[in-house]
Write a protein that binds this ligand. Sequence first.
Ligand code: TRP
Length: 344
Amino acid sequence: KRVVNKMSKKRILTGDRPTGRLHIGHYFGSIKTRLKLQENDEYEPFILIADVQALTDNFNNPEKVRKNVRELAIDYLSCGIDPNKTTIYIQSMIPETAELTVFYSNLVTIARLQRNPTVKTEIAQKKELFGESVTYGFLGYPVSQAADITCFDGELIPVGEDQLPLIEQCREIVRKFNSIYGKDVLKEPKEVLSGQARIKGLDGNEKMGKSLGNAIYLSDSPEEITKKVMGAVTDPGRIKKDDLGNPDICMVAYYHKLFTKEDDYKKVCEECRAGKRGCVACKKELAKNIIDTLEPIREKRKYYEAHPEEVDKVLIEGTKKAREVAKETMKKVKKAMMLNYFEN
Ligand code: TRP
C-alpha cells in the first residue's frame, strides 16, 4: 500500500526530548506556533517525542526518559495539540530513522560535528556526564536529528533559535546525499521561528528551566503558581510601597505583559512608576491571571491523567501512521543508494 502525501501537503516536523514537563517558556516559544500551524490545511504536522535523542545525554537514566514520554504526550494534548490534525509519535518506535542515521553517518565528518555550535555548547554544559571525552552518540545526535526530519520529508521545522545549527547541519547532509545518490531524492528543510523572544525565568535569568528552579510548568497547581510568583524578582530599588518603581527591570511586570490584558498591563506599569501599586498586590494579580490562563490546560490534563488509555491510543496510532511514512522514505533512499537488492 502506498502512502500518498495527500494533495502534496508540506510536512511539518518538530519535537522535544522527553526529559521533563513543559513550562510556559515552551508554551510561548513552540506550542503556540504548533497550534497555529495545525489549523492550516496546507500542512501535515508531525511531532516526535525524541526518546532516542533524550537518551544521548540520559543513557544512565532510562526511567526518567520513559516516564516523561507520557508526561510530554499529556502536555501536548492538554495544550490542544489535536491528534486528528497532528501526528504524535515516539522516535524509538521508528527503526527507519535509526537506519537512516547510519547511512547519513558517512556524509558528515567528526570535525564538522565538533564545530556545530549547539553541540559545542551542550558538551561544555555536560562536563559532569561526559568528562573529557564525549560519547559517539551525543556527538552524532545532529545526524540522528537529520534522519528524524528527512525520514518524513519534513520541509518546515518549527524550532527555537538554539536549533538552527541542527537544521543547517541537516541541510548539508541532504545536499551531500542528493549530490551522491540522486538529485532531489531528499528535501531540504527550513526552520520556522516563532518570532517570540525566549521567555526569561522568574528570577530574571535569560533561560527558564528545571535545573534553575525558575520555571512555571503548565501542570503546576494554582498554589504552586502563586508561591512561585510571590518569589519573583522585582525592582531591587523599590523597598517601601510608595517608592517609585521601574517595571522595566521587574519580572512581575515582564510576566504581566504576557498574561495580562493590554490595558491592564499599561495600568500596572503606570501605577508602579507612580509608586501607587504595592508589589505584593501586583504579584497576587499576576498569579491570578496566570492561573486563569492555564486553567483550561490544567483541566484537560486532569482528564488525560484519568484516561491514560486514551493517551496510549494517540501514541500507538500516531506511531503507526508515522511508521508507514518512514517506510516509504526508506524505499526511496535504499533505491537511490542501490541497496534495493531483490527489487527489479
Ligand atoms: N533537538 C530537539 C530539542 O532538543 C528535539 C528534536 C529531535 C527535534 N528531533 C527533532 C526538533 C527534529 C525538531 C526536529 O528540543
